[in-house]
Design a protein around this ligand. Sequence first.
Ligand SMILES: Nc1ncnc2c1ncn2[C@@H]1O[C@H](COP(=O)(O)OP(=O)(O)O)[C@@H](O)[C@H]1O
Ligand SMILES: [Mg+2]
Length: 372
Amino acid sequence: MTMSAPSRRLLLVDDDQDFAIATSRALALEGVDCLLAGDGAAARAALATNSIDVVLLDVRLGQEDGTELALQLKQSQPDLILVIMTAYASVDSAVAALQAGAYDYLRKPFFLDELMQVLKRCFELAQIRQDKLRIEQELALHRKLEAVSQLATGLSHDFKNMLAVIRANLAVINDRLQQDDRLKPYASDALEATATATDLVAQLMDFARSGLRRDTRTDLGQTIAASVAMLSRSLCRDMQLTLHLPEQALISPIDSGQLESAIANLLINARDATSGRGTVWIRLQSVWQGGLYARLTVEDDGPGLSPEELGHALEPRFTTKPDGMGLGLPMIRQLALVYSGSFRIENAASGGARAVLDLPCRCEVQGQEENM
Ligand SMILES: Nc1ncnc2c1ncn2[C@@H]1O[C@H](COP(=O)(O)OP(=O)(O)O)[C@@H](O)[C@H]1O
Ligand SMILES: [Mg+2]
């Protein structure tokens, strides 16, 4: 998901340099980041290279027609919030400004207070639009997750049973064949493929399960330590796993099996990213975010994610691996949503990938539970 632009940035378009500089200084003190443009060309260039939501524009721009420029800017960026400055407070100039697509207009000269009141409304509107966009994107992703989940639930059970039958029969055939039988390689290839298929079905079922909330009482540190120890003996044998746990026990309602598959998914991703030989730091800590949360961070020393991968990694079926299912990260995201937590993946300062899972929790000190 793309980060939203800082919402208190403004482009001031005015050919009166003294006015523009004085206004931008005053606005800086109010926490508004102000870019300046002296004419239409500079305004267009600033808009093309910066993310700007609000433009304050003088209709009298030397030789240029500011109203015409306003129209052009709105055409190329319809979401732009335009405030037009006019020298006269006439009904005509107000109408012209609004017809040009302005959100509001100001009569020059004005007091900083007046300007700030107008800008405050503009920035609020920009913020609301950004929030709306973010919520729409989340909703679309959620719908996609739900669709895949339903499909997975419907199919994976039957598939698992059928695969078990195929596998058992193939194993019998394979056993009966002599080592030098020319059918032997075919039978073992088929067996291997069913093993992979069984693995994929297990991933699908994990994904389907991640949409269900099963409240239990899981000691996160204990579950994480056990999973990491198990994985360091098997799938992550040649990797260096470093685990940091907090002193106090963090208790969360998440199902321990669901947490185990989340950890396995993250460590397998780290293994894939580092050709099986990387270093991974796994940390559990408590953080306060208007309530107590347990934060699980899994960071590796692989190449990290490209901007394209960062934008899509949480979507179901997004994968850059030839045999990937693209369900690992969406599963964790869905799990986080179901338990009112959150999940994100980003690049650490060192360049490797860092996954961050926050889950609501309680803190337990020597057998006593503390609600923090
Ligand atoms: N630790 C990581 N380092 C680099 N890229 C990663 C990492 N974890 C996930 N990714 C990227 O995110 C994609 C989606 O991951 P995931 O949902 O687990 O599906 P899969 O592992 O099946 O590809 C991966 O294909 C990869 O491009
Ligand atoms: Mg994965």
